[in-house]
Write a protein that binds this ligand. Structure first.
Ligand code: 4AD
Ligand code: MG
Length: 428
């Protein structure tokens, strides 16, 4: 058995490949069978006069997604997808497929999502998910080569990580537990143990928004660095994002082509990225006709307006305190604001990173927890980090699906996670 990806080493040989039938055509003297084996796609060519009648008849009866083996000689053919063709001498049916719901035609998105377990097999979905896998590997490689220690943080938590409004609550032996919105508080605790750490895992938000960039379960990578300030944090972010984009360009060229991604803009993604303060951003937005008021967080519309005519990701930094989470460090130069940043991706993809320097002053942090009416007792362990050798530190969270959405140029991020969880979707 040979994998399609390895056919280049077998030109002129007779081989057998095993895979699922994507399509068949031809009825006269020559018939074609396109087979996918998970490593690639191959077209088998049958000439009626050269094979047994039973082989020909079997080929004619094959249904889409039946599992078969094809045996024949490997031929180089520049016009064939993948560059090779198989001169088929034998076909074997291993598992026949019933009538396959996904046909080579336009289907509605709800239908495709209902059939996500099958939709995964189609070429655009394969390409997008392969880019995702490469991005995830790039994330690990980036941090590994920079001496970060990976810390696995809990999914079941007792404290609110980000916002009370988007918590999934579950019964925990009579108490309440929340599905993690972030691993941040825990990687902060690991900083004094390892200096540079990161976590990478699923996070959960009961988002009631049905937008193209919200999932209720999404994957986030969150580095945390001792002795890094907000400026260091943004520099790490631009190096990190540039590295991920470069890896995708380097290793996923074929997938980006299938996705018809215009890669010229991605080629420009190199540090440094431009920066604008929140206060300046609000002035720019007002000039562009937005009715945003200083003090509000920026919505998707404002982000899009800000990114018009921009090719590179943009840092917006130092947001108003009341628009952001309790743990962000007060800006000594303007205490109405905090030392934080959002990184906005171009081409309409919006915020892909939220990051900040953390409040390392015990009293201020305690005051913020009270201001936000958070249950103090649940944060006692977190306050200990400020009681025992408090230290300046910063970190950020990058959303994997939003980042892969931008890199692949897909409109909706639900396609960039194998089994999306949305407000109205828990199936399949
Ligand atoms: O800005 P957020 O809420 O930041 C945090 O969670 C911090 N604790 C991170 C940190 O400093 N360690 O979320 C970070 C990123 C967003 O920029 C976005 O890319 C992604 O997570 N994100 C979502 N992605 C998909 N669906 C959602 N509902 C998302 N919410 C956030
Ligand atoms: Mg955010």
């Amino acid at each position: 058995m040979v994998e399609i990806k390895q056919l280049g080493e077998h030109v002129g040989d007779s081989v057998t490949i095993k895979g699922w039938v994507e399509a068949t055509r031809g009825h006269g003297k020559v018939a074609f069978t396109v087979v996918r084996d998970g490593t690639g796609v191959l077209q088998g060519v049958l000439v009626k006069s050269q094979v047994d009648a039973s082989v020909w008849d079997l080929q004619q009866s094959l249904t889409q997604e039946s599992l078969v083996t094809l045996t024949g000689e490997v031929k180089e053919d520049a016009r064939a997808p993948g560059g090779y063709e198989l001169g088929v001498t034998n076909v074997e049916l291993l598992a026949a497929a019933a009538e396959y719901p996904i046909q080579p035609k336009e289907h509605g998105i709800d239908f495709l999502l209902d059939n996500r377990h099958l939709w995964l097999r189609s070429s655009l979905q394969r390409a997008g998910l392969r880019v995702r896998a490469e991005v995830e590997q790039a994330i690990h490689d980036f941090f590994y080569t920079r001496d970060f220690v990976r810390i696995d943080t809990p999914i079941l938590t007792g404290a609110i990580g980000e916002h009370a409004g988007t918590l999934f609550e579950t019964d925990y032996f009579g108490d309440s537990a929340y599905l993690a919105q972030t691993g941040q508080l825990y990687v902060e605790a690991a900083c004094p143990a390892f200096r540079r750490v990161y976590c990478f895992g699923p996070t959960f938000r009961a988002e009631k928004s049905k937008t193209r960039r919200h999932l209720t379960e999404f994957w986030m990578v969150e580095p945390e660095v001792a002795f890094a300030d907000s400026n260091d944090n943004m520099r790490l972010q631009e190096d990190f994002v540039s590295y991920i984009v470069e890896r995708a360009l380097e290793r996923c060229g074929a997938e980006l082509e299938v996705l018809e991604r215009d890669t010229s803009l991605l080629e420009k993604v190199k540090p440094p990225f431009p920066r604008i303060s929140y206060t300046d951003a609000v002035a720019v937005l007002k000039e562009k006709g937005s009715d945003v008021e200083w003090g509000q967080d920026l919505g998707a519309g404002d982000e899009a307006l800000l990114m018009e005519d921009r090719d590179l990701p943009l840092f917006v930094h130092d947001y108003p305190k009341r628009a952001k989470a309790f743990y962000m460090k007060e800006n000594p130069a303007d205490p109405r604001t905090v030392l934080c940043d959002d990184l906005l991706a171009p081409e309409g993809y919006g915020e892909i990173i939220g990051g900040s320097q953390r409040e390392d002053d015990l009293d201020r942090l305690q005051a913020r927890i009270r201001e936000e009416s958070l249950p103090e007792a649940a944060y006692d362990w977190y306050l200990d980090l400020r009681r025992y050798g408090t230290f300046p530190h910063s970190g950020f969270g990058l959303g994997v699906e939003r980042t892969v959405g931008w890199i692949t140029g897909r409109h909706h991020i639900r396609e960039l996670i194998p089994f999306p969880r949305l407000m109205n979707r828990l199936y399949p």
